[in-house]
Design a protein around this ligand. Structure first.
Ligand code: SF4
Ligand code: SF4
Length: 328
């Protein structure tokens, strides 16, 4: 467990909650990178993997949490006196603030006290009706763009009952549904969601189980098995395989060839997307006092991205290859 968190912040507390309440990171509207048309993207908190390139570290822990942007802090000290738990103190030089996470109960009072936006709340608990109401506000955009809702994370399958309920309600409203997932979860959790899903985006991070474990914290056997089970299931869900393209880690000829080979047998595969590595989450790592292992990695050039996409296409011309994430 992360030493910054007290025992009230374990996975179990979240998993025992009523399925009608979910741990939501944020809701983003009008996305054009997470499915067909304009998408409203519901980002959830909590992920059992730890991909070294993760660009949303604020989604990893299961519950809402506090972030601190040291660059924005003026050292005014207003937050320190507002904390009912005495968890905040000034640094020795009196310029910045320290949080004693063994005392912090994540009440977020300090967030509202900071006039400079230096303390931020990552996530909140929301009920199924609250979430569906937010999503359905965009129905007119869905209608005109053939868009819909995309559930993302974190890992949505960490909250399978909540996600199942949200998607069921959305489908009842005629809203197109998609989910971005690692599929690192028991198949029983996935089965709760499949009846309400139009499109499933799944990452294949590496075909070698040992390297997958080094890069993401767990091996890939359950993930690959789940893809095949979904492909053979009765549900008419479209599968889009995504490859996060991490220079030097998984962009070799050998690995891309193995992904292409694996995909050949998938009947429900619609396309493969390459998602080039970027560094957009760097500041968030700092805000959460988390280490970013790939902070010095240089993102791939446009030429390299196109060359890798072309190579992947040549491995099996039967499926389309796209570069995703808004890069090309
Ligand atoms: S979240 Fe609440 S308990 Fe934690 S530091 Fe802020 S005011 Fe104190
Ligand atoms: S209130 Fe905001 S700006 Fe003032 S010390 Fe606290 S975090 Fe820094």
């Amino acid at each position: 467990m992360d030493a910054r968190y007290n025992t009230a912040y374990l996975w179990g507390d979240l998993m025992n909650q009523d399925a009608a309440v979910g741990s939501v990171l944020r809701i983003e509207r009008a996305s054009i990178h997470d499915g067909q048309g304009l998408r409203t993207v519901l980002f959830l908190k909590g992920c059992p993997l730890r991909c070294r390139w993760c660009s949303t570290p604020e989604s990893q822990r299961p519950n809402p949490e506090k972030g601190y942007a040291i660059d924005r802090c003026t050292g005014c000290g207003t937050c320190v006196g507002s904390c009912p738990e005495g968890a905040l103190s000034m640094t020795d030089n009196g310029l910045k603030v320290l949080t004693d996470f063994s005392k912090c109960n994540h009440c977020f009072i300090c967030v509202s006290k900071c006039l400079f936006g230096a303390i931020k709340e990552y996530g909140s608990f929301m009920s199924v009706p609250e979430v569906v109401q937010e999503i359905s506000k965009d129905e007119i955009f869905f209608f005109h763009s053939s868009g819909g809702v995309t559930i993302s994370g974190g890992e949505p399958l960490s909250q399978p009952d909540f996600v199942s309920e949200v998607l069921r309600e959305c489908r009842a409203l005629g809203i197109h549904t998609a989910m971005e997932t690692s599929l690192f979860a028991p198949f029983g959790s996935i089965k709760k969601i499949l009846p309400w899903l139009n499109v499933l985006y799944v990452d294949i991070k590496h075909m070698d189980g040992k390297l997958h474990k080094q890069l993401a914290g767990a091996d890939n056997s359950q993930i690959l098995e789940n893809i095949q089970k979904i492909d053979q299931s009765e549900y008419p869900v479209e599968i889009i395989v995504r490859i996060p393209m991490i220079p030097g880690a998984n962009d070799s000829d050998a690995n891309l060839s193995l992904v292409a080979e694996f995909c050949k047998s998938l009947k429900k595969l619609k396309e493969i997307e390459l998602l080039p590595y970027h560094r957009l989450g760097t500041d968030t790592y700092k805000n959460l006092a988390m280490d970013y292992p790939l902070k010095d990695l240089v993102p791939p050039s446009q030429d390299r991205i196109l060359e890798r996409a072309s190579f992947l296409s040549q491995q099996n011309p039967c499926f389309p290859v796209r570069v995703g994430g808004g890069f090309v």
